[in-house]
Design a binder for this molecule. Structure first.
Ligand SMILES: Cc1cc2nc3c(=O)[nH]c(=O)nc-3n(C[C@H](O)[C@H](O)[C@H](O)COP(=O)(O)OP(=O)(O)OC[C@H]3O[C@@H](n4cnc5c(N)ncnc54)[C@H](O)[C@@H]3O)c2cc1C
Length: 444
């Protein structure tokens, strides 16, 4: 690890008023993929992140398996190579290889603090300018073309300019400000995939606990018990999934938040307050229940901590030139403008109706470039969970590796557009495909 002086850090930071080839908004898996790819293609790149750290949900929620960052346990090429190599360079406490089955994972469990630090070092190595605590709040427009981004908040006003801007904020904040249309929730009732306050527990006797749980990803035996406890008045989640972390005896607990809250819209502040409060109680009640019930392997477990904030699975999906649907993934439809392949299956985060689609999609299906182009806006790409998809399309293969691959495609497209002096919509998609091939990332 390189120790830097104050000035050396400041030299890596993006400063207000500067112009770049490419700006990336949001430092989750999609934004990381976009920034790395753009810089690896030679573009002057800047990444702006609202929070105090990079990593998105993986850093917010505690340890998480970043699924499909590897494929069948192997490197995925492109941006994945420096990403995985950087994190592995920190030693055994930083990463742990998870499952390799296509349904359950292909995950790399990453210690959230190594992820936070590793992304900063990687941006410095590759030459990406970064800036934390910097939410993109609105678009700077010239007609229909976005030319910059305003960041307004408690630190005052800052503005950044670029030839191409990628909105990988998950919420599509700046895309909407630029005039793009937001699609929200499930068609039938407006429901979203759940928000979750993840939590982490220690002193777990793995062997006895996993034997008690049984082989299924969500243990029916454990859920039967939790439903009984819910009837007794405890705050209980719709599912619990347990992942071994990089630290011995420490397990992260994924869940879907307190049952029975109805629709939670993560862009509505009232709903967010409800979910933050009830999510905390789900974690506290979990500890009480497993102690009372003397769950094998959890008798001595303790709460290490909950996530830094809620993890959000779905808010705005920005309408693009093509709206990707689950039927495309079910049919394994091939797109002439494919720029990534997505692996895995449907993961609803606990929404019941959508669970019926689990396993119905083709593993390794095409995702088209047109779903990264926000309708009605020039000079912009969208990537990650705010890409152009139906609600069901968004439940499909949304694991972090696929989101990073989507960012990678957007980053390549942005860099090439900037270099060719055209907008992303004008760019010949075959050039993106060729570049991805050269990066050993994707072959079409
Ligand atoms: C609770 C939960 C559990 C999950 N479990 C898994 C799992 O086990 N394995 C797996 O592979 N996937 C999992 N997923 C799915 C995966 O985490 C998401 O699909 C993925 O993180 C989406 O990536 P993203 O970059 O689009 O969005 P996010 O990860 O949400 O990142 C968006 C980033 O943009 C930032 N941002 C927001 N607004 C702005 C703005 N205006 N300006 C600048 N920055 C902004 C945010 O702070 C954040 O850092 C889970 C998701 C959730 C919510």
């Amino acid at each position: 690890m390189a120790k830097l002086t104050k000035q050396q850090v400041l030299d890596h930071i993006a400063h207000s008023g500067q112009k770049y080839d490419v700006i990336v908004l949001g430092g989750g898996p999609a934004g990381i993929g976009a920034a790395l790819a753009s810089a690896m293609c030679g573009a002057e790149t800047c990444i702006l992140e609202e929070k105090a750290f990079f990593g998105g949900v993986a850093a917010v929620s505690g340890w998480m398996p970043m699924n499909r960052v590897l494929l069948n346990g192997e490197m995925r090429g492109g941006v994945f190579t420096p990403f995985v190599e950087k994190l592995r360079s920190y030693g055994t406490g930083a990463t742990r290889q998870g499952k390799t089955s296509w349904v359950d994972g292909d995950g790399l469990h990453i210690h959230p603090d190594y992820l936070r630090y590793g992304m900063i070092e990687l941006f410095e190595d590759i030459g990406v300018r970064y800036r934390l605590h910097s939410p993109g709040t609105s678009a700077i427009m010239e007609g229909k073309r976005i030319i910059g981004v305003n960041c307004d908040g408690k630190y005052g006003h800052a503005e950044f300019y670029a030839n191409v801007i990628i909105d990988a904020s998950g919420d599509g904040d700046v895309a909407v400000s630029a005039g793009a249309e937001a699609m929200m929730g499930r068609d039938t009732d407006g429901a979203f995939m759940p928000v979750t306050l993840g939590f982490v527990i220690s002193n777990v006797d793995y062997d006895r606990f996993y034997e008690y749980l049984g082989p299924e990803a969500v243990s029916p035996r454990f859920m039967d018990l939790m439903r009984k406890k819910e009837a007794e008045g405890y705050a209980v989640s719709g599912f619990y999934a347990f992942d071994k972390t990089t630290v011995p005896g420490v397990v992260s607990v994924n869940n879907s938040g307190q049952n029975g809250l109805g629709i939670i819209n993560a862009l509505n502040l009232d709903d967010l307050n409800v979910a933050e409060r009830t999510g905390l109680q789900v974690a506290m009640d979990f500890i009480q229940i497993v102690h009372e019930e003397k769950i094998p392997g959890l008798e001595n477990c303790e709460l290490v901590r909950t996530g830094q904030a809620l993890g959000v699975r779905e808010t705005r999906r920005i309408r693009g030139d093509y709206v990707y649907d689950i039927t495309d993934a079910q049919q394994g439809r091939s797109f002439p403008d494919a720029v990534l392949r997505r692996y895995g299956t449907v993961d609803t985060g606990g929404l019941k109706e959508e669970k019926n689609y689990h396993g119905s999609v083709q593993n390794g299906h095409d995702f088209p470039y047109r779903s990264l182009l926000p309708l009605g806006v020039e000079g912009m790409l969208i990537a990650g969970r705010c890409a152009s998809q139906t609600h069901l399309g968004a439940t499909t293969c949304k694991s972090m590796g696929n989101m990073m691959a989507m960012g990678q495609a957007a980053g390549v497209a942005a860099a090439l557009s900037s270099q060719e002096g055209c907008t992303p919509r004008q760019l010949d998609v075959r050039k993106i495909q060729k570049k991805l091939h050269e990066m050993n990332a994707e072959r079409f």
